[in-house]
Design a protein around this ligand. Sequence first.
Ligand code: ZN
Length: 201
Amino acid sequence: MHESDLHTSLASEEEVSQPEKILTTSLVVNRDNLVVELDESWLEQARKNDSESVLAIEKILYQPLGKFIGDDNTRMYFEASLALCRLKKQVLYRPYRCDSPTHKQFMELELSPLEDGKVRMTHYLLRTEPFDKPVKFTAVQFTNNQHLTVKRCSLCNSIQPTGSAEWIEPETFFKDKSDVMTIHTVCPDCKNITWQIRRPR
Ligand SMILES: [Zn+2]
């Protein structure tokens, strides 16, 4: 191969390459949605904390995935998505947000079908953007004071203010507030989003 050919092939590969993304965590569930495998990043993170965290991570193994999802709507959404992945037998992916108090974190969730009905769930970080002002949400599972809480979408992090039909960006909602209690759910847009199919390259 001539050097000039090499340049040509490199250039075209660059054109099709995806923006760089960072694998954050992955886990595998079996056909009954029990967590059967955690990647090393979970343990690494736990070791940075203390031995109790390591034990907590080890306790996740062989537990139902749904146990770690705080609300019924998000749990049902994930169960339906895992079922879709098994049915299609294809790698599926969709964007989501997992914001920190200081940054918007644009993520991607990938579902890969494995043998015996197992599915690998891999989370990638695509990019981050700072919030103009820190946002502080405190997730609660139950409240008897509806006025103090708002609904927050587990997948895009949008907020539905109490008494409103609209879903808005967290930073818009947060302009004049400092700490808000939220109940997690899945917003209508996220419920209707179509999973993308990742073709093998
Ligand atoms: Zn949403």
